[in-house]
Design a protein around this ligand. Structure first.
Ligand SMILES: Nc1ncnc2c1ncn2[C@@H]1O[C@H](COP(=O)(O)OP(=O)(O)OP(=O)(O)O)[C@@H](O)[C@H]1O
Ligand SMILES: [Mg+2]
Length: 240
């Protein structure tokens, strides 16, 4: 197993339990979906796995995260990126004042120039429209283009696991299919993906395996086929 999170509980500084008992396994090159209602703990789970906890002084109070046999519990993002975990967060995913190109040249310093160039080329093949925008200030891109830049930036790190929280939130529905297709291509090239998205139809049909989180606990998991028709798809979600 590439990633194995076991019985994670996390407390926010105000005392709130962000998650109470989350165990998730992700295999090499596998697409795994995390689904659940608003406030269930999806973003908190992403933060645990990608290391973005310190800014809010949040603490993992139970459980551990194993990645490729290594105990990475509580590691900070820069260390996790080096071992192969890159994330596209729910919010604040781009630097508004940097150009698109600067997003790609300011990451993955642990990789060689050739590796970075190859990974960037792969990313730009996924989203060719970004090639024409390299000099543009990222803050002036459309929401969809910003998401593409954020995904390419994560890919420049050559991750073994890519985490994307709310992949299509706020974007035009016509972007859902292309973004999920891109995820499929990323996984076929060997990178495992953990995806969260309010379009459960797309999420469940793209992922091979699903986890349902309710009030901070994983309450159901299994191959996606078992999720396609279940009631959970409507829990707390509008649309589909
Ligand atoms: N910074 C914070 N301080 C205190 N509590 C927080 C903080 N961030 C999240 N929480 C709480 O942790 C719980 C899980 O929130 P989380 O953001 O992980 O949910 P989510 O599943 O991503 O929801 P959504 O679908 O709305 O994005 C919620 O009860 C939330 O109020
Ligand atoms: Mg969230």
């Amino acid at each position: 197993m590439l990633l194995k999170a076991e019985n994670i509980a996390l407390r926010y500084p105000n005392g709130a339990l962000g998650i109470e008992d989350v165990s998730i396994e992700i295999g090499d090159g596998q697409i795994v979906a995390l689904v659940g209602a608003n406030g269930a703990g999806k973003t908190t789970t992403c933060r645990v796995l990608s290391g973005f906890l310190k800014a809010e002084d949040t603490k993992i109070i139970r459980g551990r995260v194993m990645f490729d046999g290594l105990d990475v519990t509580g590691w900070e993002p820069h260390r996790l990126v080096k071992v192969g975990i890159s994330a596209v967060p729910e919010r604040n995913k781009i630097f508004r004042n940097l150009t698109v190109r600067e997003h790609f040249t300011s990451t993955a310093m642990h990789r060689s120039r050739a590796e970075r160039a190859e990974a960037l080329d792969f990313g730009l093949q996924l989203f060719p429209m970004i090639r024409d925008r390299l000099k543009q200030c990222a803050g002036t891109l459309s929401g969809g283009q910003q998401q593409m830049v954020a995904i390419i930036r994560a890919l420049v790190n050559s991750p073994r696991l890519l985490i994307v929280d709310e992949m299509t939130l706020g974007l035009h529905p016509s972007l859902q299919q292309p973004l999920f297709d891109a995820l499929g291509t990323i996984a076929r090239q060997g990178t495992a993906c953990l995806v969260i998205d309010e379009s459960t139809t797309h999420t469940v049909s793209t992922a091979q395996y699903c986890y349902l989180i309710e009030a901070g606990r994983i309450t159901k998991h299994g191959p996606s086929q078992g999720f396609a028709d279940s009631d959970f798809l409507t829990i707390g979600y509008v649309g589909g």
